[in-house]
Ligand binder design. Structure first.
Ligand SMILES: *Cc1c(COP(=O)(O)O)cnc(C)c1O
Length: 665
């Protein structure tokens, strides 16, 4: 039913400006005659102020602007950044990265824990840890470590490869390195030997097998390890990752095995090596209740274990702090029903309460928040290439009386459909279309007649939907029909490379045109990417109360039309793949300085075709010489003129050196 309400609202926005076949007028022209500002209506339609909140806003020209702390007073528009990049030869698709947003998020997180600690008079400190799997790009990890230094921010790794990055980049000896994941001897040796240089490397174990491996190596290497144990809690997360926690979770010790661990450790005289308890209830936890339950259970376990092993001093509550992708502030999958401050308060307070009750010293608190820290800093931008639709607006037919009966009847339905008869006329046109196909198959209709019949059919459907939307309740058959009539916007990007979670787990991201928001969008449709894969599309969009199946967009007007996908900084970079050989997109780092100047500080060009081909074993020079061979054969066998041969060689070479996406000429 929600869709209905929105459609009504959308229809209202359209009516302000245009009959859908006309070019929409600038809203500023009609603003004076409308009590409600039309720009505001478009902003509402896309929910920019709901999800954009403290990060993004819209300026009076209808362009999305940066609105985070460092940019106050200088609302830089994303469109102006894209224009500047184009001048430098960098065209869409491109990912804009705002390192200041990484800083901002870290500050917000650490600030929230600082005030919770003060408010509840918590006796120990808090240390944020960045789980590197969320985004391993060097520039991003470096920025997070540099800015996080003041909070002794640490790194969490889940593999040997990630550990090698952490060991080299993390300079601060106070910062913890937390080693998760399944480990072999080599992984453990790296972790253990760094203890010799005084690093706080915690080896978090998940099985008794790993414990034995660790104890053997510690003896050999003469290291006293800092051991962490991962708990399998009975409390569950909420949202998409709910199954990754609870009794059946893939990770962690049961209570029985936990006690066996302690027994083994004290048998070896190493019970004072137990330093940390860890749990992680999954990502994007949508409901704060779940965090509270889990923390209480873990804090209780901590308190009881601490009485047996007084060296136990850290409680690591993992990640899970979510982002409000749809701006609804609810426990829906794309949102969270709590603030960062509430998250911090609940963790600090719950731990304090349990420790008081059990009369043990409070632990140092660690969180591993990746999505929250890295998510907002990146925006994917791409241009819409083309728009495809089954119906083409007004249908004009000359000499209708000369057409076959069935076509005349469809035309009659098309011209006479109205708000009272639309259901009946829609059913009639479905019958007429079937009749038309039968006649065609029997050879009684020309191709032209069939074409006209199809056009009229979709024309009737489109009008029927229009009337259905005006009705109090939109009949279900028309909702379905609308989906089928939905326009397709071909967009210059690959879902699989740039927003893999949209495809893999149906994650929603806010998607919005970054300009022209002062014009009411006058059409709706879904997005199709460049890949030849029917899954290469986006047909679910954020909405305050529901999920929308189509997005409101503007007609193409000859100028590039850019859409932004927001909050793509977490998980998307590393999960992306090379479907159809579309490679990594350009990265542009943007900073706003103290004087309000917007600076593009770094551009990392995306893959050239030769770069992607190399990933799959094709060397540029080899390809060139092979192709030169093909051209030579063309000249000698097929009569290819040598000058066309050289032209072809130049074109081929240029292609190898070009971007894998469509280029805006
Ligand atoms: C993935 C992961 C995280 C990050 O979770 P977010 O929800 O992105 O904050 C933290 N800890 C562990 C152990 C993880 O596997």
């Amino acid at each position: 039913m929600k869709a209905l309400k929105d459609n009504v609202r959308f229809a209202k926005v359209s009516r302000l400006t245009t009959n859908s076949s006309e070019k929409p007028k600038r809203l500023s022209a009609v603003r004076a005659s409308n009590s409600r500002n039309a720009l505001e209506e478009t902003i509402d339609l896309y929910g920019v102020r709901n999800w954009g909140g403290e990060y993004f806003d819209v300026n009076p020209n209808g362009e999305v602007v940066l609105a985070f702390e460092a940019t106050r007073g200088t609302p830089v528009s994303l469109k102006s950044i894209v224009d500047e990049l184009r001048k430098r030869g960098i065209s869409t698709p491109v990912v804009l990265r705002f390192p200041q947003l990484l800083d901002y998020q870290i500050k917000k997180l650490a600030g929230a824990f600082k005030s919770a600690i003060q408010e509840f008079d918590y006796q120990r400190e808090y240390t944020p840890v960045y789980p590197i799997k969320v985004n391993q790009k060097k520039e991003i990890v470096q920025e997070i470590l540099d800015f996080g230094e003041r909070y002794n921010l640490g790194i969490e790794v889940g593999s040997k490869a990630e550990l090698t990055v952490a060991m080299a980049l993390s300079k601060n000896p106070e910062s913890p390195i937390i080693c998760n994941g399944v480990k072999d001897d080599a992984y453990l040796r790296l972790a253990l030997l760094s203890r010799h240089m005084g690093r706080r490397v915690f080896v978090v174990l998940e099985s008794l097998f790993e414990l034995r491996l660790l104890l053997d190596l510690s003896k050999k290497l003469k290291v006293r390890p800092m051991i962490g144990l991962r708990l399998k809690l009975s409390a569950r997360g909420s949202g998409k990752w709910e199954k990754s926690s609870g009794d059946l979770s893939k990770f962690g010790f049961t209570t029985t095995d936990l006690l066996k661990c302690i027994e083994i450790l004290s048998g070896e005289g190493l019970s004072d090596c137990l330093a940390l308890l860890h749990f992680h209830i999954g990502s994007q936890v949508t409901d704060i209740k779940r965090v509270k339950y889990a923390v209480k259970e873990a804090a209780r376990t901590y308190a009881k274990l601490r009485k047996m092993c007084p060296s136990l001093d850290y409680l690591d509550v993992g990640g899970g702090l979510g982002l409000d992708y749809d701006g609804s502030k609810t426990a829906s999958e794309s949102s969270v029903n709590y603030s960062v401050q509430e998250y911090a308060n609940d963790i600090v307070y719950s731990i304090k309460e349990v420790c008081e009750n059990e009369d043990v010293r409070e632990p140092i608190i660690i969180t591993e928040n990746g999505r929250m820290v890295a998510g907002p800093h990146a925006v994917l931008l791409f241009n819409v290439v083309n728009e495809l639709s089954l119906s083409n607006g007004q249908i004009r037919v000359s000499n209708i009386e000369t057409k076959p009966q069935v076509i005349q009847e469809m035309h009659d339905l098309y011209t006479r459909i109205n708000g009272k008869n639309y259901r009946e006329y829609y059913h009639d046109v479905v019958d007429q279309r079937d009749e038309m196909f039968s006649l065609f198959n029997l050879g009684y209709l020309s191709l032209e007649d069939r074409g006209l019949g199809q056009e009229l059919f979709w024309g009737v459907c489109e009008r029927a939907i229009k009337y259905a939307k005006m009705a109090k309740h939109m009949p279900e058959e028309f909702e379905d029909l609308e989906r089928r009539l939905s326009r397709k916007f071909i967009c210059n990007f690959s879902v699989f490379q740039s927003i893999p979670d949209s495809w893999a787990i149906d994650q929603l991201f806010p998607i919005v045109p970054i300009h022209r928001l002062d014009e009411a969008p006058d059409r709706t449709g879904y997005l199709a990417d460049l890949t030849c894969d029917s899954d290469g599309k986006v047909d679910n969009f954020i909405d305050l109360r529901d999920v929308k199946e189509s997005l409101e967009l503007h007609a193409l007007n000859g100028e590039p039309y850019y859409l932004g996908v927001f909050f793509t900084g977490a998980y998307q970079d590393v999960m992306g793949d090379y479907h159809n050989l579309f490679g990594q997109v350009h990265d542009a780092f943007v900073v706003v300085d103290g004087k309000g100047n917007c600076l593009i500080t770094k551009i990392i060009p995306g893959h050239k075709i030769e770069g992607v081909l190399k990933v799959f074993g094709y060397e540029r020079d080899e390809l060139l010489s092979e192709f030169r061979g093909r051209v030579g054969e063309g000249v000698s066998r097929e009569g290819l003129k040598p000058e066309w041969g050289s032209h072809l060689m130049r074109e081929y070479e240029a292609a190898l050196g070009s971007y894998t996406y469509l280029t805006l000429e």
